[in-house]
Design a protein around this ligand. Structure first.
Ligand SMILES: NC(=O)c1ccc[n+]([C@@H]2O[C@H](COP(=O)([O-])OP(=O)(O)OC[C@H]3O[C@@H](n4cnc5c(N)ncnc54)[C@H](O)[C@@H]3O)[C@@H](O)[C@H]2O)c1
Length: 324
């Protein structure tokens, strides 16, 4: 089978990882960046790829079937739109758009043209979180009551994006994917302690139609380095901890318990603690493989795009709440 020809845009801090994996799994035909110095560096590193400062050059190549975009967030919508209009499948880093209407436009365009639109929600391809999702979907935890994410550290202090946009998109994508519902209520509170107008500490609350609730603590002004997601069910509880090496996922057989329905006090039950073995494959590689599989007609491309739209809708509302 011939490899899919891909054009990649944006070889900054993260984009260079996406370019590397795209080069390993596909035919990296073009590299695009508006920074001439970075482009020159990449021309040496990938002599077979063509380099350009103009995305339109790469899109004009009819042999290019797909693009991967890892440019700054405010450019995502325009570049993804341009690529879809040129008939290319699109992988675009999170979030693909800054507003719900812009995301709807991309969704409609992809659907109309029969193209893949895949948002880069890396954590949805993390083997540890995929195990958590399997446990939730199989009903292993019983009825899920709440999900909460902790993404805290001291630094990296950003000045162009607040903690909700920089850190929160990751946890939000996981929460919405696990619960599978659009929230009916969202609130976000935060403060800009360091850079005016850029919230360093953000707390978010989400409530869903099924009654489930979720919370996110997002901060780069914190003593703990935490990358954690907790899912509380009425039969079991599970913790995903990305700071752990060997125990990424811990399943606690703990829960509330009543002697007979309707009577008696609530009691608690504690049982075994189980640590499943988690595959150590690189999430980015799994994510890029999923993109190529979608192009090959495997998987549900509509669902992948819609999952991204759910994130943008919630982000839009959380941002509104934060500003209010
Ligand atoms: N999935 C993850 O874990 C993860 C982690 C970090 C960043 N990201 C995402 O990756 C994206 C890029 O982040 P980064 O840290 O690499 O940013 P960066 O600022 O380091 O790099 C962005 C690059 O894009 C280039 N660029 C800007 N406008 C362009 C355009 N119109 N056409 C072509 N190139 C253009 C810049 O010159 C720069 O080289 C962001 O959307 C970010 O949210 C994802």
């Amino acid at each position: 089978m011939t490899a899919i020809r891909v054009a990649h845009a944006g070889v900054g801090g993260w984009g260079r990882n996406v370019a590397r994996v795209a080069g390993e799994l596909a035919d990296l035909a073009w590299i695009c960046d508006v920074d001439a110095t970075r482009l020159a560096e990449y021309a040496k590193r990938y002599p077979e790829a063509r380099t350009t400062g103009s995305f339109a050059d790469a899109l004009a190549d009819e042999g290019v079937e797909a693009v991967t975009i890892a440019t700054p967030v405010p450019t995502h919508h325009a570049l993804a739109k341009q690529a879809l209009e040129a008939g290319k499948h699109v992988f675009v880093e999170k979030p693909p758009a800054m507003h719900a209407e812009e995301m709807e436009e991309l969704l409609a365009l992809a659907q109309e043209r029969g193209l893949v639109l895949m948002p880069g929600h890396l954590l949805l391809y993390h083997p540890g979180l995929r195990r958590v999702k399997e446990l939730v979907d199989a009903g292993e935890l019983g009825e899920v009551a709440c999900v909460y994410g902790n993404r805290q550290n001291l630094g990296v202090i950003r000045s162009n994006e607040n903690a909700l946009w920089s850190l929160g998109v990751h946890d939000l994508s996981v929460i919405l994917w696990l619960i599978g519902e659009d929230p009916i209520e969202v609130t976000a509170h935060g403060r800009d302690f360091l850079n005016k107008g850029v919230e360093d500490v953000v707390f978010c609350y989400l409530r869903f139609p099924s009654g489930k609730i979720a919370h996110m603590h997002l901060s780069w002004l914190d003593p703990h380095k935490m990358r954690k997601m907790t899912v509380v069910g009425n039969e079991k509880m599970v913790v995903f901890d990305d700071m752990e090496f060997e125990r990424k996922v811990t399943v606690y057989e703990k829960g509330p318990w009543k002697q007979s329905a309707g009577y008696g006090e609530w009691q608690t039950r504690t049982g075994d603690i189980h640590i499943p073995k988690i595959d150590t494959s690189e999430p980015l590689r799994l994510e890029c493989q999923a993109f190529l599989s979608l192009i090959a007609g495997e998987g549900d491309r509509g669902k992948v795009a819609e999952d991204g739209a759910m994130v943008v809708r919630a982000l839009d509302r959380l941002t509104e709440s934060l500003r209010a």
